[in-house]
Design a protein around this ligand. Structure first.
Ligand SMILES: NC(=O)c1ccc[n+]([C@@H]2O[C@H](COP(=O)([O-])OP(=O)(O)OC[C@H]3O[C@@H](n4cnc5c(N)ncnc54)[C@H](OP(=O)(O)O)[C@@H]3O)[C@@H](O)[C@H]2O)c1
Length: 267
């Protein structure tokens, strides 16, 4: 399948890398465009994909077109590619805060539109991508989008009404987890561990805990109880976390991020 990526920045590159490693597309089946010439040079030499200065050229060569520019640039790109998109394309937008109805309003033909919210972990092929069918997209289009993002991690279908929440939770989520791991690493250093050791222990512990939750399907509180022995070590740490209002802080962070996602296009 010929895949075009318009806006080959952080997420665009993560997808290019993941799609090749995951076997969804060969380098010669991937077409990318970006206004930044240096980026195109880097992508061409790193991945051996086809790079173009023109977004239109990418649309004309691709079957699936992934829109991966910033939300503020979406309108301009849609106006540019509108005359070249056809109903046999599949247009996938990963732009935060941009509704599929907004995209459809800027197109004159009934182009199938799928909205996807991946996260940066697609780079490690452990991404979490939520997909939804927009105007003119049917089951087949959703399946193509799912297959594409499954090459770089897990997917879930949800109604579009959830997308601001999804953007704030799993879209931005890796940043929250990086911050927590960074704090755990500093904590390890504070209690005497070398930084590289503390970082490795914190990262693998986070991965292991997440894997246990996914594999057992248990409630996190039950798993937490398993490691919290009476009058033991863990309960001392948990009391401090609760006193620091970690739970409320995380809920507030996701609420704020959700509000920001809602106002993104307007700003
Ligand atoms: N980063 C994340 O974790 C994440 C997660 C989920 C979804 N997203 C969404 O993914 C999209 C891309 O995010 P990103 O973080 O990858 O942004 P990014 O690194 O800024 O990538 C966007 C790229 O598009 C280029 N560009 C700008 N205008 C263009 C145009 N008219 N035609 C072609 N290319 C153009 C930019 O060039 P310049 O830099 O020169 O402007 C940049 O290289 C956004 O809509 C974002 O909401 C991001």
């Amino acid at each position: 399948m010929k895949v075009g990526i318009i806006g080959a920045g952080r997420i665009g590159e993560a997808l290019i890398s993941g799609l090749i490693k995951g076997g969804f597309a060969k380098p010669e089946e991937i077409y990318a465009s970006d206004i930044n010439h240096q980026r195109l040079k880097h992508l061409s030499s790193t991945y051996g994909i086809n790079c173009h200065r023109s977004n239109v050229e990418v649309v004309e060569k691709s079957e699936v077109v992934i829109l991966s520019v910033k939300p503020k640039d979406i309108k301009k790109v849609l106006e540019e590619i509108n005359n070249h998109l056809t109903p046999s394309h599949l247009l996938i937008s990963v732009a935060a805060g941009v509704a599929t109805s907004y995209i459809a309003r800027h197109l004159t033909k009934p182009v199938p539109i799928v909205r996807a919210m991946p996260n940066v972990a697609v780079l490690a092929r452990e991404g979490m991508t939520v997909v939804t069918a927009g105007p003119n997209a049917n089951e087949k289009h959703l399946e193509v989008a799912e297959k594409l993002f499954q090459a770089v991690g897990k997917t879930l279908r949800l109604n579009e009404e959830y997308f601001d929440a999804v953007t704030a939770l799993s879209g931005s989520g890796p940043a929250y987890v990086f911050l927590i791991i960074e704090a755990m690493t500093d904590a390890g250093v504070k209690v005497g561990l070398p930084r590289d050791v503390a970082s490795y222990l914190s990262s693998q512990t986070t991965l292991g805990a997440a894997k246990m939750l996914l594999e057992t399907g248990e409630h996190p509180a039950r798993l937490r109880e398993m490691v919290t022995t009476p009058a033991g070590v863990t309960i001392e740490g948990i009391i401090e976390l609760e006193e620091g209002k970690i739970r409320t802080t995380i809920i507030n962070a996701v609420m704020k991020a959700t509000s920001r996602s809602k106002e993104l296009l307007a700003s």
